[in-house]
Write a protein that binds this ligand. Structure first.
Ligand code: NAD
Length: 258
């Protein structure tokens, strides 16, 4: 029970990685606050956690809305008394040729992937300062470090997440708040189900050839498992990483090494 009596807030908890992290932390004894814009997804995650008697608070919010983010932060504090870990996991990804990328796609991607994490960090820091510290984990991506074609808005947003993470980490290290980013390679989540056709077009592949293509190009020969992301989040959330802050950690099976 690595997380017993800890409170963790997770954005993007209605799908994919965020939903999985929520279940893992609940299994380790944490009280989990699930945030997402997708109510059905939130309900599914809540049901899964309730089956194991986990303690849950669930709220449909848009992470780009400051008032909604801070209101839910206040609710979590009133219900659980602290925010020990805040995971900014919600994100969107659109693969589109650069010249077709509209202002709307650019603005939405930057709003969700970067402004949403900025607001999440601000809210987390505000409440962590009141209780003596905490750990913030932001989801960047390997695309935050290494450019890919047809991916300008996403790459820019995820590179921005690293800058945000490191700047907040420096400012609040004296306050015992650690802030780190995770840069995963490919994790087969609903995000990939939505974008696999666009990725296939970019590489001139059939959709069913995309995952085998990745496996060939990744040194470890396979994509990342949900538990492998969750284990890294758990490590960064726990005291086992007590001297680590301001890092952007690759989780790529060897695809990225710096
Ligand atoms: P996913 O699509 O399965 O889940 C993302 C969740 O974010 C969804 O539940 C969605 O409803 C939520 N969301 C989107 N906009 C929101 C908003 N405005 N307010 C609140 N919630 C919102 O995606 P995933 O694959 O689980 O990705 C999780 C994170 O990991 C993302 O930040 C993604 O960029 C990052 N990432 C994923 C991969 C991958 O291969 N899956 C690789 C690198 C990084």
């Amino acid at each position: 029970m690595l997380m017993k009596n800890k409170t963790i807030v997770i954005t993007g908890a209605g799908s994919g990685i965020g939903a999985h992290i929520a279940k893992m932390f609940s299994n380790e004894g944490a009280k989990v606050a699930l945030l997402d814009i997708d109510e059905d997804g939130l309900n599914n995650t809540e049901t899964a956690i309730s089956k194991t008697n986990g303690i849950v608070l669930k709220k449909k919010i848009d992470i780009t809305d400051k008032k909604e983010v801070f209101t839910v932060g206040d609710t979590v504090m009133k219900k659980f008394g602290s925010i020990d870990v805040w995971v900014n996991c919600a994100g969107i990804s659109i693969i589109i040729p650069f010249l077709d990328c509209s202002e709307e796609i650019w603005d939405k991607t930057l709003a969700v992937n970067l402004k949403g994490m900025f607001l999440g960090c601000q809210c987390a820091v505000t409440y962590m300062m009141q209780t003596g510290g905490g750990s913030i984990i932001n989801f960047s991506s390997q695309s935050g470090k290494k450019a890919g074609a047809r991916y300008q808005a996403y790459c820019a947003s995820k590179a921005g997440v690293i800058g945000l993470t490191q700047s907040v980490a420096v400012e609040f290290a004296p306050a015992n708040i650690r802030v780190n980013a995770i840069c995963p390679g490919v994790v087969k989540t609903p995000m990939w189900d939505k974008q696999i056709n666009d990725y296939a077009k970019k590489r001139n592949l059939k959709p069913e050839e995309v995952m085998p293509y990745f496996c060939k190009t990744i040194p470890m020969g396979r994509v990342c498992e949900y538990d492998e992301v969750g284990n890294l989040v758990m490590f960064l959330a726990s005291n086992k990483s007590s001297y680590i802050t301001g890092q952007a950690i690759n989780l790529t099976g060897g695809s990225l090494m710096s």
